[in-house]
Structure formats: structure tokens, C-alpha cells
Design a protein around this ligand. Sequence first.
Ligand code: MRU
Length: 324
Amino acid sequence: MGVVRTIDWQDHHIVAIDQTKLPGEVVFLDIFTVEDLVDAIRRLAIRGAPALGVAGALGAAMAVRDEPRNRDRDLAALRTARPTAVNLVWGVDHALATLPRGEDAVLGSALELLESDAARNHAIGDRGADWLAERLDGPVAVQTHCNAGALACVEWGTALGVVRSLHERRLLRHVYVDETRPLLQGARLTTWELAGMGVDHTLVVDSAGATVLARGLADAVVVGADRITANGDVVNKIGTYPLALAAARAGVPFLVAAPESTIDPALSAGADVEIEVRDGREVLGDLPETRTLNLAFDVTPADLVTAIVTEDRLVRPALGERPA
Ligand code: MRU
């Protein structure tokens, strides 16, 4: 069997792994309508910034193929399915830009994005691994947060692309995985991917992240991003910012691995980004009703970001370099 893609286009529809079912079951969703795609995105069956970019592009192709009278409604629903990862709107607009050439061009553009994802992630992973290998001696231990692996993309991954690249070069000693409350993308998804790769790893509760770094257990923090603003602020899963603070205190490099499509030149700073607030029941589980503030993402200020690696370049925001 070839590589399994997190999201794919088969027989005129989207096929995607239902990430809410992992790691217990590997279930594939067949998505034929924009309405069902929006539902899958909202409930995080499809998630992770690069995967959302591809979903947005394929969804745009579905929207222009369907009833013209529903087009604007469907595109608006798709664009707003989740607000924080810029890749979703970027993917929709990237594919739609070809509409003057016809519906087939929109699908062609979306498929090109789908097909090029793996190469992009390999380039990100290799650049990140090169940078870490240059700075650190011998096989390294890495700490990561949330899931920025193949499941967040089409294949390979961004932060976990760096991890994969280090592993292939025999330069990886260990990975510490934050569990990532409340939806446990680290505990459910990242550990599943690392186990599949045969990478030695340890799961810790989110609040142990700073202590892992203070004890010198990890040599670098490597995370993905949902949006990077022009000044180099990084918006990523809630809990990333405290990890960056702890990394700075411990003198450990904080590396962000993301495609160019995650950089939003239109927004000057992280404070301008809409942070998704999700249903409090995700936090409460079986607990009795209490007021919650379920912020899904946070902003890591540029001065805490040692480097950002994309498929094209390396930017060092902490040294004042700006990605846009
Ligand atoms: O809410 P999620 O699971 O979509 O959040 C995902 C993240 O925060 C990832 O770290 C980010 O999208 C980068 S994925 C390569």
C-alpha cells in the first residue's frame, strides 16, 4: 500500500481521515458537499493549518461545481468554518483565483496544492533539521505541542517533518509530546504518528512542558503554526506561548515549522488575529456546568521565536527579521 493521505480527492469527492476517531479507529470520511466539509472542519475531523488549506481549495472546487445559486453561501461558510488558521481562506482564494479559466481550472489548482504538499513538507523538514543539526551537538531531544504532523497536512508534516528528517538522519534521540488539552491532539494524534515512525517518545501533561525544559530534557522546541503575522508573531495551539517562555528561560531554541501559506502579510501583529473560542463542553467533559473560556490558540511574540522554517527560507524573528 502507498502512503495514506490525510486528505485526498477520489472519484469527484474528498476522502479524509476522521481525526476525531484516532487513535482508536482509522475511519475515512467520504465528503460530497461543501456543507459536509464545513461540518468536518468545525468538529476537527479535518484539522491542522496545511490540511485546512487543501480542504479550502478542494471545497472551492466543489462550490463552483455545484448549483450556482448556492455558490456564494457555500464559499462564505467554507471561509468562516474556522477563523484562526489563515491557510483555510488562503486555500479557497488560491483555487478561486483560477475561476476566470473555468471550473476545471479551480479543481486543477486545488489538486496541484494537494499534490505538492509532500514536497513542501519535505523541504520544511530538511531545512529545520539542517538548522538544528548545525546548532546542536549529536542526536537531539525535541519537545512538541499539538499535532503538526502528516495528519495536519496531506503527508509528512511540518514540525513532525523536522522530527522525521532528524530521525532519518539518526540525529533524533527522543520526542516529548505535550498532551494538548482539551482535545488531546498531542496525546491522540502525535503519539500515534510517532509510534508509527518508530520514534522514541514520552507524553507529558501540558503543564509539565516548562519543567521538561527546565530539567534539560529537551534540546529544542519544534512546533507548527496556524498564522504568522508580518512582524513574526506566531499563532498556534493554546499552550504554545508558555512553552516559548519556558524555552527562552531555559536557553533552548524555539523553532516554528510552517509553509509560506501560513504567513499572513495582511496582518501586522498577532494581536490582530481572530482567536477561535470553542465550546466550553470540550473543557468540561463530564464536569458540572461552569463558565469557561476555551481559547483554541495563543500568540507567541516574535522575540521568543528563534527561527521560522518554511519550504523556501529561514527567518529569525528574535533577531528582528520579519517574515513579511
Ligand atoms: O485546532 P487544531 O488541531 O486545528 O490546531 C492545530 C495546530 O495548532 C497546529 O499546530 C497547526 O495547525 C500547525 S499544523 C502543521
